[in-house]
Design a binder for this molecule. Structure first.
Ligand code: ADP
Ligand code: MG
Ligand code: MG
Ligand code: MG
Ligand code: MG
Ligand code: MG
Length: 671
């Protein structure tokens, strides 16, 4: 989350009257940034992760693990501590920062300042993550522990799942049957987001995850833990009127989704066109990394038949009206909108010649007037479509104090729309008055239970991003196929059970081509082009010239022949000459670096984890968690995650994280 401005949030009926105002000024703000910074070039690689935690409070006597709702106190304490550490350091920017998140049991941490392209930084990610966790841990109560779990297994069960306990009867913002008001960060922004999404939609949000049917699961499964007859809020009957599906885990509030944790990586690009190229290249990578990091098989006290959070969050903030969802003819609303505002990317945005128009093959409505305004301003078609597609959404939270803004010095209205379009990849323009450049955020990964894993997946994505740029990889395929991969990625044990669409030939010019110099307009370090072996690079570079369109005509094959279905192992380890696999590309890239044996060995340790998750010699987090539940002595093979299983699971996860418990089917053995 960015900075939380303070003020008086408007309820939906008031807020919606300012929607056009926010959009119009948001576009002006974007154009102001564009005019100032479109030619900015030469930014070095800076990158950083975001890790989200859930604070769990243990009741050892009652064998219960509950979510601690002390976010406000914990953050105040952590911020005082980090300020204190910073004041003692010569380099205060190296002190990590902690931020609020949606759940009142959540924390987010980021490194104090972004990492650079140096290998030292790349190899310090794990220790930075560990330092952050140690800090968080140290200043909690004795019975509290910060966990990096994607979903909390017993969020929303009947009985006690928070400390302190609250009754869901008071859920005025969400009207949830399961989650109390106090589950949500008390800052006005969050209850307002929750309530306005519900009000705009015209009903509570609806989340149904297929239940994992075990041998004693009653069939048909009609969930006995849903208070079917509750009658407090007008929305209460929605569950029995069809919102809650048979054989599914039904959830009805934003907190079920935005209460999940994830792992995000943001890259600064050399310039805007490189950012757009990287954005596009990461679009097809997002579902793959979702499948490999799958970590959330347990929901509201049940085992689900899916392994990932993505669709839960998507549905949990789906503010589309019935008209927009296509259930009624359009009258009040302007668009039929196929996806929730939390969803996979719908449009590629690069102007590179490898981006064929045919790849944008799904219906992605965009605001014609805004599109026209952007085009009239000189913005190209792709970027204008991207922005005007984001801007079909209404601003959900508007503070009365910040309706009038100076568009030359503020980007608040732009960010209002941008930051509530939660997509797999985010294209982040530079903020106003800041040294930060054009950035791309990779957002699909589930957070892993240990920092070793979080570092490993971060390092993999960083190296892959460099391989993509340095070898000019072409990973394009139709967005509809990427969306199909998103569906498959969330299925149970997707890494092993599914095939994924992927591009067959990733080399645009028909072979390996390694860029040896930077773009002409850019002052980034330039690799030498000498005869003899190319000089090895000391840092991860940010700028590589993109493959030029071949002069004497380049024959495109039909789009349908460019991709095929592959197993995850084929995608990662290769299939044929034109597709050597993502790992070969990463290794080839590593070979271009000036790197010591020791550094290489440590990087290999991270890459090996990703490899072993790919080939199945180690379980994904989701599979490990599912198996833990199903082999627990009190599990009745009825799909239920009882209080004791949850407690024992939390204890086990903490022990694995601290390295005092081995889980050789899940983590490499530490000798
Ligand atoms: P948000 O929640 O809006 O996605 P955060 O501020 O929480 O953003 O996290 C942004 C991440 O980007 C952090 O890891 C931070 O270190 C990193 N970062 C900061 N500045 C830059 C930069 N110039 N380029 C790339 N990454 C950056
Ligand atoms: Mg966050
Ligand atoms: Mg953040
Ligand atoms: Mg954020
Ligand atoms: Mg403690
Ligand atoms: Mg982020």
């Amino acid at each position: 989350m960015g900075l939380l401005s303070l003020g008086t949030p408007l309820a939906w009926d008031d807020a919606k009257q300012y929607a056009d105002h926010v959009r119009a000024h948001g576009v002006t703000q974007f154009l102001n940034i564009w005019d100032r910074l479109k030619d900015r070039c030469g930014d070095e690689l800076l990158w950083g992760d975001e890790i989200e935690y859930m604070v769990v409070s243990f009741d050892d006597e009652g064998k219960n693990a509950r979510l601690s709702l002390r976010q406000t106190e914990i953050l105040a304490k952590l911020n005082a501590i980090t300020d204190d550490i910073a004041s003692d350091r010569s380099d205060p920017a190296s002190v990590p920062t902690f931020h609020p998140e949606y759940g009142r049991f959540m924390l987010e941490s980021t490194p104090g300042s972004p990492y650079t392209g140096s290998l030292t930084d790349l190899l310090s990610v794990e220790s930075d993550m560990r330092y952050r966790r140690r800090l968080a841990r140290k200043y909690l109560k004795d019975n509290e522990i910060p966990f990096t779990l994607t979903s909390f297994p017993r969020l929303g069960v009947p009985g006690i799942f928070t400390e302190p306990h609250y009754d869901p009867a008071n859920a005025v913002s969400s009207r949830s049957l399961f989650l109390p008001e106090e589950i949500t960060n008390p800052h006005a922004r969050f209850p307002t987001l929750t309530a306005n999404i519900r009000r705009r939609r015209g009903s509570k949000v609806v989340i149904n995850l297929p239940l994992f049917i075990d041998r004693n699961t009653p069939r048909p499964f009609v969930d006995p833990t849903i208070p079917w007859q509750r009658d407090i809020y007008p929305e209460d009957p929605e569950a029995k009127r069809g919102a809650a599906l048979i054989d599914h885990i039904y959830m009805d509030a934003m907190g079920f989704g935005m209460g999940c944790s994830c792992l995000q990586i943001t890259f600064q690009s050399c310039n805007v066109s490189e950012a757009r190229r990287l954005y596009d290249a990461l679009v097809p990578i997002a579902p793959l990394m979702l499948a490999l990091t799958a970590a959330s098989p347990l929901w509201r006290g049940y085992i689900a038949d899916v392994d990932c959070r993505w669709d839960v969050i998507s549905a949990s903030v789906d503010d589309r009206t019935e008209e927009e969802r296509g259930l009624k003819p359009l009258k009040e609303n302007r668009f039929r909108i196929p996806k929730s505002r939390y969803g996979s990317v719908s449009l590629y945005i690069s102007e590179h010649w490898t981006n064929r128009p045919e790849y944008n093959d799904i219906y992605a409505p965009y605001d014609q007037a805004i599109f026209g305004r952007l085009c009239d301003h000189g913005i190209d078609d792709q970027l204008a479509k991207h922005i005007s597609h984001l801007f079909i959404r209404d601003p959900i939270v508007i503070f009365s104090e910040t309706i009038e803004q100076d568009d030359a010095t503020s980007n608040d209205h732009f960010e209002n729309i941008q930051s509530t379009n939660w997509q797999t990849i985010r294209f982040k323009p530079p903020p106003v008055n800041s040294p930060i450049g054009w950035r791309v955020e990779f957002r699909s990964m589930e957070v892993q239970m240990t920092d070793f894993e979080n570092a490993a997946f971060s390092v993999f994505v960083v190296l892959l991003s460099r391989a993509i740029l340095s070898f000019n990889l072409n990973l394009y395929m139709p967005i509809s196929k990427v969306d199909e991969n998103m569906v498959r990625a969330q299925k149970r044990d997707a890494v092993r059970s599914q095939k994924f669409f992927f591009r067959k030939d990733v080399f645009p010019l028909g072979g390996w081509s390694s860029a040896s110099s930077s773009c002409s307009s850019c002052s980034s370090p330039v690799g030498e082009t000498t005869d003899g072996p190319p000089k090895k690079e000391k840092k991860l570079r940010n700028c590589y010239p993109s493959a030029p369109r071949p002069q004497n005509g380049y024959l495109h094959v039909p789009v349908e022949d460019e991709y095929e279905e592959m197993t995850m192992e084929e995608i990662m380890f290769g299939k044929c000459n034109s597709f050597p696999g993502l790992f070969s590309l990463v290794y080839e890239y590593l070979d271009s670096l000036d790197i010591s044996d020791d550094e290489r060995e440590r990087l290999d340790g991270y890459l090996d984890l990703v490899k072993r998750r790919t080939n199945g010699s180690l379980k994904t987090a989701a599979t490990w968690i599912r198996d833990f539940v199903r082999t627990h002595p009190t599990y009745k093979f009825d799909s239920v995650v009882n209080q004791e299983i949850n407690y024992d699971l939390m204890v086990a996860v903490d022990q694995i994280e601290r390295g005092v418990r081995q889980a050789p089917d899940f983590m490499p053995l530490k000798l």
